[in-house]
Design a protein around this ligand. Sequence first.
Ligand code: PNS
Length: 173
Amino acid sequence: MAAPPSHLIAIYPGSFDPITNGHLDLIARGSRVVERLIVAVLRNDSKQALFSVEERMEIVREVVRPYSNVEVGSFDGLLVDYAAERGANLILRGIRAISDYEYELQMALMNRRLRPELETAFLMAGEAYSFLSSHLVKEVVSLGGDVSGLVPPMVEARLKKRFGHHANTTRTS
Ligand code: PNS
């Protein structure tokens, strides 16, 4: 049996369009249990993104600044190939509710099939963020709602700017 690696280097992959306080909560938890944590922004996403990959990376870089063992990268192609390239031995993902489990299980098992030596670990997001998603945050801001406390202040400002200040005053009749 192979000896366990003494150093955990984790990849935390996602779209991060944009990063939320739920993601940040997971980064904070992850940074306490691994030696190095690489937040990896997906490049070749089929979903139409609000922020470019460069913008998302810039935002993530800014908000993870307090964590000395967290860095930011981006990838396209297979996550397991990027993990190998970066010398990571762990994929980190968050689970908010049981509804996340099926999709996460599928991905974890596919990644294991592709690269058996790479483990996936799940951390539970703080309960305050169990309903939170980037998708909902974008929808709320686009309709003029308040997302303070759900995303870092700089993300809130960027979202408001992207959707325009008068998002909440638009009327169709
Ligand atoms: O934040 P998201 O959008 O739920 O993240 C999804 C992500 C980036 C983890 C997933 O789409 C991914 O790993 N994509 C890379 C392509 C890949 O490796 N696919 C095969 C394994 S499931």
